[in-house]
Design a binder for this molecule. Structure first.
Ligand code: UDP
Length: 241
């Protein structure tokens, strides 16, 4: 959808939004009210005229490393995790379509009865047509994370920025839930994130972003309008460059 005439210029025209599976969950794996609120936020973003790719996690359903710690073979557990992200993607698609947002789910593991396979050129075409893309099944490979999938897809679709929507409002020097005196950064470099071993994303994802000069904004998904404000260039959360 083109931006409204006379609207102020946006800081970014194409974004990759990473949403963890837990953002969809409440007491159960799916919290409809929470997701409907998120869909409203996304509708606002799409209406700004921004092209949006979304990578959804699966932590509300299966985390491969946890099953592996309980004795499962890691590869099988990770495939279960990736399938969990597909379940989340279909759920999100349904909610977004009810808000009249045109979406396509693209999977990194083929399952063509229910979604298109990820083909980069096709993804670009969808984005040009103003469709919101939900990238599911992570990278398609065990031993990776959906943060790494998000960094990969962001680079592949030439996103201007990756936005990681989490339950905290930025990057802190330590976990703010455990250490109330932890310092919040307004900006930080990937180098410092790596040196200080800050738990922003796994190292693979951080390296991919750093090597491809892809900026990352970490913000709180529960803060109303935060994603739209970040796209307008307002200072929201932490920016990592
Ligand atoms: N996963 C994987 N390869 C990928 C992406 C994800 O094996 O490229 C698996 C992994 O087991 C992971 C699970 O899918 O634990 C769910 O993804 P993630 O933990 O990244 O979800 P989030 O924490 O963002 O909800």
């Amino acid at each position: 959808m083109p931006a409204a005439e006379g609207a102020p210029p946006l800081a970014y025209s194409r974004i990759l939004l990473k949403l963890s599976g837990e953002a969809l969950a409440g007491e159960r794996a799916f919290d409809f009210d929470k997701v409907k609120q998120f869909a409203d936020e996304l509708a606002e973003v799409v209406n700004l005229g921004v092209s949006v790719g979304l990578v959804i996690g699966g932590g509300n359903i299966v985390r491969g490393s946890q099953l592996a710690a309980m004795g499962m073979y890691r590869v099988a557990a990770d495939y279960m995790g990736m399938l969990g992200t597909v379940i989340n993607a279909l759920f999100l698609q349904d909610v977004l379509e009810k808000k009249n947002i045109d979406t396509r789910v693209l999977t990194a593991i083929r399952m063509e009865e229910l979604a298109e396979p990820y083909i980069r050129r096709r993804a670009l075409r969808h984005l040009e047509k103003g469709r919101l893309l939900i990238f599911a099944a992570g990278t398609g490979n065990p031993y990776f994370s959906t943060d790494t999938a998000a960094a990969l897809r962001a680079i592949q679709i030439k996103a201007d920025v990756m936005i990681k929507a989490t339950s905290v409002d930025g990057v802190y020097s330590a976990d703010p839930k455990k250490f109330p005196n932890a310092k919040r950064y307004e900006t930080i470099s990937y180098r410092d994130v790596m040196l200080e071993e800050l738990g922003v994303m796994d190292q693979t994802a951080v390296t991919l972003c750093k090597e491809n000069s892809l900026p990352l904004i970490v913000l709180n998904i529960h803060e109303r309008g935060a994603v739209a404000r970040a796209i307008r260039g307002e200072r929201v959360g932490t920016i990592v460059t």
